[in-house]
Every structure is written in C-alpha cells, then in structure tokens.
Write a protein that binds this ligand. Structure first.
Ligand SMILES: C[S@@+](CC[C@H](N)C(=O)[O-])C[C@H]1O[C@@H](n2cnc3c(N)ncnc32)[C@H](O)[C@@H]1O
Length: 248
C-alpha cells in the first residue's frame, strides 16, 4: 500500500487580481503556514503575476516557481502542450508531497475560477489519488472592477452570465440575447472593439465598464466605450455589462 499521499497537502490560494491589499487574512495564514509556497510562471527566470503580488504583500516569503505552458486551445498543439505542462508541474510537486509537505499554490484572483490551479489539482490527483487538496478563496477581477467603477453587478432577482472571449466574441453575442442577465467577459482583450460593437448594436453599451491590468502597472479602468477605442487590450482585461434597462 502506498504511504506517500497520507500527509502531503496542496492548497490553492487566491491572491486577488493585482493590488496586494486584496490578499485576505486567510490567504496570508495559509501562505505563511505552508512548508512551501509555489507560484506559476512562464519560464524559470520570469516573475509571474501571483508571485509579483506576493513579493509586495509578503516580501519575506520564499517562493518556488512552477513553470507552465500557457498556450490556448486555439493554438496548434496548444491543448496537448498545456496538459503535458500541467502533468510535469504536478510531477515536480510529488517529492515534496510525498515528504509530507503542505504546499500553497498562489494563483491570481480566485483558485476556483479559470485558474491553472484546477488543472494542476487534477494532475496531482491523477498521480497521487487521495492527496488532500483544498482552496482559499480570492477576490476576483470582476469583483474588483465592480467596486472600482461603482457598478452594482446584480440586484433583486437578477442573474449573471460569465463568459470568456479568448478566441472571439461568439459567447458574448449569445449571452446578449438575454437582456435580463448581467454579463462578465474574461479573456477578451484582443476582441475589445468587437465586444464594444456588439454592445452598441444591442443597446447595452451604456453602463458597460472595463478594467485592464487591475491593480498592476499599466492599469486602465473606465467606460468600455473609451477603453475599446484605443485598440486591443492586454490579456488581463475584464468587462462588466449590467442587465438591460428596467430588468430588476
Ligand atoms: C486565467 S483567468 C484568471 C481569473 C481569476 N482566477 C479570477 O478569479 O479572476 C484570466 C482572466 O481573468 C481576468 N483578470 C484576472 N486578473 C485581472 C486583472 N488584474 N485585471 C483585469 N482582468 C483580470 C481577465 O479577464 C483575464 O483574461
């Protein structure tokens, strides 16, 4: 019988979208109490976003980088490259988990929302079934954007659709067919102008806001109409479209 997964633990810790002051007390506890803190990176010598946030919030913390291939499904071989990098990253953790360590994995925003953590956790679970895996919630980019722009996301019985637009605004178009729902768009930086056009056509541009690089160098926050007028935005951009008028 295997003994290795009995004591090691993996904790996904949300560190918020960018401003280090969004780190919660619970996240700080988990990070300072862990045997090891790891953060995703695109190369061994590159400081990832989550690591940069931790360096500001907890400068004394030792952080190990875990390299991931961030290719998207749309890129040739992207899905395979990403899956294989998740497996390699998981393999990297096994020695520490088998030694009984608690590993905290820092991730942007919340670990249960479009995070590398979910894929890493699945890969660890496949290699070491039964490993104790938990998460500490983090403030999401859309929560920060709603607060920064004074946008009430939902009220009364309204509901919300959250879509991504990495490979085009098709999901945005579909979501706009129901004017009673608020809409959040993630990963739409390349298609900001197309999203703006769709909103204009459906009478939903008014009140729509966008935040690029929230809490990070180069941040821009404001009306979507204005932000989209200067061309494509960074990958880290979030859009909020409130429900249509008189939808309560
Ligand atoms: C891989 S997902 C990570 C989501 C994250 N786990 C969360 O809870 O918000 C990346 C997308 O999240 C949004 N995002 C994350 N951080 C952001 C930031 N600092 N500024 C603007 N958008 C951000 C963007 O839409 C980006 O394309």
């Amino acid at each position: 019988m295997t003994q290795f997964s009995r004591t090691g633990r993996l904790v996904g810790v949300g560190v918020g979208p960018g401003d280090p002051r969004h780190l919660t007390l619970k996240a700080i506890d988990a990070l300072s109490g862990a045997d090891r803190v790891v953060a995703p990176s695109t190369a061994p010598d590159a400081v990832g976003r989550a690591e940069a946030i931790l360096r500001q919030a907890m400068p004394e913390l030792k952080i190990d980088r875990l390299v991931f291939n961030m290719a998207s499904d749309g890129q040739p071989g992207g899905k395979h490259a990403r899956e294989s990098s998740h497996r390699k990253a998981a393999e990297h953790l096994l020695g520490w988990l088998d030694a009984g360590e608690t590993i905290a994995f820092a991730t942007l925003g919340d670990p249960n929302l479009y995070s590398t953590f979910s894929s890493l956790a699945s890969a660890v679970n496949a290699l070491r079934p039964g490993t104790l895996i938990t998460t500490i919630p983090g403030i999401t980019a859309f929560q920060d954007l709603a607060s920064r722009t004074g946008t009430v996301l939902l009220d009364g019985t309204q509901s919300l659709t959250l879509v991504t637009a990495l490979d085009g605004p098709r999901a945005v178009e579909a979501a706009l067919r129901d004017p009673s729902r608020a809409l959040v768009v993630y990963k739409g930086g390349r298609y900001l102008s197309a999203i703006r056009l769709l909103l204009e056509e459906s009478g939903r541009l008014e009140g729509a806001v966008a935040g690029e690089l929230l809490g990070l160098p180069g941040e821009r926050v404001g009306d979507l109409g204005e932000l989209a007028s200067s061309g494509p935005a960074a990958y880290l951009v979030t859009v909020i479209v409130p429900p249509g008028p008189d939808r309560t």
